[in-house]
Design a protein around this ligand. Structure first.
Ligand code: ATP
Ligand code: MG
Length: 260
């Protein structure tokens, strides 16, 4: 265990801040990339995520919350890579943060292919991996407040050879317990590895209250969707989200029943 600054895979030191600093997301760049931002609250993507987030909020803090254990922990995953997990997780977090009384923490738990910081235009810094590896690193050392009101980010942190395995570790289970209880009123959205590539992603899912499985319309094989859903059979709330449904006239997003 060391209190020295963590090092990235390329050797560049990571700075561990004393308290949650504020970072500025480049909102114009994000909007240009097709993401939802507070700059364009009435865009099509904003409208789509208004629909997507409603049942999630209901299960996390709404009338159904009492029946959903850890409903505030929302994992975004998919069967295979490249189906739109990061796009969905970021938009969902921004959309949830726009709710009047919802504080949101976006966690980059896709630890072998982290991209949340790059998409948001933020420098990589200490995060999830550092928390799991080093007891001296505290949660508040890694959280970054942002220029989007009520949105905080937990980066994936220092690259680690056994990063995926660590998602299924006892330390991760303890961290999720801490997050769900200490931040019970906060919605926590996890960008995660695909279910069919990483068994650890399935273990991660067992700790979540809600799991959103992103399915790329006209791309993901039905057999893959079925296999992916089967891997998280024990999770009480599985929602399937159809991404990039070109034929849908009004919305590119749709929830389907979590069984195919
Ligand atoms: N609904 C959408 N509208 C526009 N662009 C999208 C949409 N969904 C995904 N994309 C774009 O498609 C690409 C792949 O999406 P994304 O990175 O979110 O997938 P991913 O599942 O996180 O991939 P990986 O498994 O590599 O992490 C990105 O460039 C993203 O911006
Ligand atoms: Mg991704």
């Amino acid at each position: 265990m060391s209190a020295a600054p963590a090092a990235q895979a390329d050797g560049a030191p990571l700075v561990l801040p004393k308290r949650a600093p504020r970072v500025d997301i480049d909102l114009e760049r994000l909007a240009l990339a097709g993401y939802l931002t507070p700059l364009a609250p009435r865009s099509l993507v904003a409208d789509q995520f208004r629909v997507v987030k409603r049942p999630l909020i209901g299960n996390a803090v709404g009338p159904n919350a009492a029946e959903v254990a850890r409903g505030n922990l929302i994992m975004v995953t998919s069967a295979r890579p490249g189906e739109g997990k990061t796009f969905t997780a970021i938009n969902l977090a921004i959309s949830l943060a726009a709710e009047l009384d919802t504080t949101v923490l976006l966690v980059d738990a896709d630890v072998t292919r982290p991209s949340v910081m790059d998409v948001l235009g933020l420098p990589r810094s200490a995060g999830l991996m550092d928390l799991l590896q080093d007891d001296a690193v505290r949660l508040e050392d890694t959280l970054l407040r942002t220029n989007i009101d009520k949105l905080t980010v937990l980066p994936s942190g220092t690259a680690h050879a056994r990063a995926t395995e660590m998602l299924a570790s006892e330390a991760m289970a303890r961290l999720l317990q801490e997050l769900s209880s200490r931040y019970a009123n906060r919605l926590i959205v996890f960008d995660s590895p695909p279910l069919l590539l990483a068994t650890e992603s399935r273990v991660l899912a067992t700790h979540m209250g809600q799991v959103v499985v992103v399915v790329q319309a006209e791309q993901t094989l039905q057999a893959d969707v079925r296999a992916a859903l089967a891997t998280i059979d024990n999770c009480p709330l599985r929602l399937m989200l159809l991404n990039q449904a070109r034929k849908a006239a009004v919305t590119g997003y749709d929830y389907g029943p979590a069984a195919v």
